[in-house]
Design a protein around this ligand. Sequence first.
Ligand code: GLN
Length: 609
Amino acid sequence: MTALLHALPIQAYLEALHQRLSDIRDGEVASYIPELSRADPNWFAIALVTVDGHVYQVGDSHQEFTIQSISKAITYGLALEDRGVEAVLAKVGVEPSGEAFNSISLEKDTGRPFNPMINAGAIATTGLIEGKSWPDKLARILQRFEKFVGHPVTVDEEVYCSERDTGHRNRAIAHLLRNANIIEEFPEEVVDLYFRQCSIRVTARDLALMGATLANNGVNPITSVCAQQSQYVDKMLSVMTTCGMYDYSGNWVYSVGMPAKSGVGGGIMAVLPGQFGLGVFSPLLDRKGNSFRGVRVCEELSRDIGVHLLKVVRATSASVVRVHYDGACIHSRRQRLSGDREALARGGHRIQVYELQGELMFASTDSLIRSIASQWDDTDFLILDFHRVVDIAAASIHLFTDLLARFAASGKHLLLTGTEDKYAFRRAIARGARTCGLERVFEFEDTDRALEFCEDQLLGREPPSSAPEPDDVLRDQYLCQDLSPAEMARLQQVTRRLSFQPGEHIFQSGDAATSLFFVLRGHVDLVVRTGQRQERRLVTVCAGMSFGEFALATGQGRSTAARAVAAVECMELAFADIDADLKPKLMGNLARELARRLSAEAKQLQILG
Ligand code: GLN
């Protein structure tokens, strides 16, 4: 297992990438915060954490360094939770400044910093963090980081003191912010908290996990702890995308295409929403203050594995319709007498069935709904089968609830199958049904049952059927076609009448087969086991049909179980009581019926693919 994990393609890829880029010596270690200049320029680590919590890491992935500006993204998320979007926007904008991270980019009239990813905006953001006291605010910030990285975090006191003693520019910015009332507290306290937040120790692995937590909509994929309220994750990723790499942000989106944040400690955290987080650490910085190798890692990785956010990786209008048919060509497994079969061949097209597959996104759902709309006048029943659907986007859910309302308003029926594990969808549909006054949404375990329901409605039949019992009950049986009156009379004599309660087994799979049954009243399900507790119905037979007759030809035991659906009346005919000259006639009828069913089955297979 371990050997296999080491050989995983992504691990091997990251190792090769690390090796390829480790010779780069360009850039310089940050020195404007004196303590940072002590970093070893050779340090180099890459880590990638997937949204299912797998960690890939190469190089010095356990080497600690200070998070610096990467902290800005996380504190921004905390401020959004503490104050809400409006209040935060009132103090800090979301416009890229196109200027260096330490520029004094403040709006002319309001004094509002351009965005929270440059120092001015980040200091203002830190000023928005709630807390009873300064130590309390720091504790809340540290707690937030702990949830992201999954372990306690500490402040690097040396780096903090070093920045505190030299960070006059940031201190000046804080005073300007106070002057414009962007900061409402004592600016020295705010900037001190900001310096501490920048000095939190992390590793490349921590950064990757933080990124993966954002990629996973705020839930840490390893600890399952909710680190960030999901409603603000897209806001954090937005400012990371447009402003996260300072005045390199435009180039970054162009060549890497992932929301990211870098820090002068040499770290970069990048996020591929829904997929993974990436953490890179190498303290040699380019002129813009971004890790030199870090930028290269992200650019090459984005190019090599094609993860640019704006790359069109799939056309979401690609067919989500696995197969589309109507009730005239495909029937439920309920066997019907010839009259009903003809009626369904004529009117079955009023039942439309769509078996869906894959991801239902906005465009694919829209295309599906246009197809449904094009047959609107001819449709009375619409069955949507979601068994093979893996995800339904929020936009698609809206389209479906709208469709439900239209069906309800025009007295048509919308039936859903396979929605058991699609919770958000079911909730929205239930809510939609209440809004449009529907008593119930028709939900069925499978499309076969939904189809049967529609057929019954179309045939004007209440399931189960309560057709009156004819006197000569055997006359319409296919097995009895072309029998002479004398032969019929003889059969009547030797059959024996039986009744079964609903749910009662008539025979079990594997039982010895010594008789066949003619159904007079009620329905019988013939089912096979498909798992410990699962079964599938092969057919349902009703009054006028027989079951158990295959054994007449095979001479073997029962291949299915037979169970009464409703109260069943039937006539049992023991094989031993069939006269020798009658048997060939019955066998002929059986062969004809089997051939009919087989060719009907072949036609359906052609449609279902
Ligand atoms: N603490 C650093 C500063 O304010 C963070 C800057 C950065 O990482 N770009 O200067």
